[in-house]
Structure formats: C-alpha cells, structure tokens
Design a binder for this molecule. Structure first.
Ligand SMILES: [Zn+2]
Length: 72
C-alpha cells in the first residue's frame, strides 16, 4: 500500500507538469457546445469563435493578473 501511495505522490507532479506544458503549447481548446462543427455563431460560451481557453490557461491568466496587481 505504501508503495502505491509513493508512486502516486511521484506521479502527481509529473502529470501536473505535463498538463501545464500542454496548456502552454495549446492554450485554446475547442468549444464543447459547438461540437462537432467547432463553430456556431450563436454560441454564447465562446462568442461564436469555436475556441475556448483551457482551465489551466484560465488559472494561469488569473494568477498572473493577481501577481501583477499585487506587486504594483
Ligand atoms: Zn461555442
């Protein structure tokens, strides 16, 4: 059991790093409401662009803004 927990603890930062890298490489994901076309002019979730920022990217933008406001 301890081995499984140790493996999990080891894997978590790796998975997080991979996800962060994934978000940096392609911060924009496809809008889930417009699928499968990827584009719907009346879609409110993405304003008709068919693209939506990923959760990780939104978090990054949020924390960057917090940091900028805090250090000013
Ligand atoms: Zn959409």
């Amino acid at each position: 059991m301890a081995t499984a927990i140790a493996l999990l603890v080891l894997c978590l930062p790796i998975v997080t790093l991979c996800y962060v890298g994934f978000c940096v490489v392609s911060p924009w994901g496809r809008c889930r409401r417009c699928r499968p076309d990827g584009r719907n002019r009346t879609c409110r979730a993405c304003d008709g662009t068919g693209m939506r920022p990923r959760i990780g990217w939104q978090l990054y933008v949020h924390f960057r803004r917090l940091h900028r406001d805090g250090t000013r």
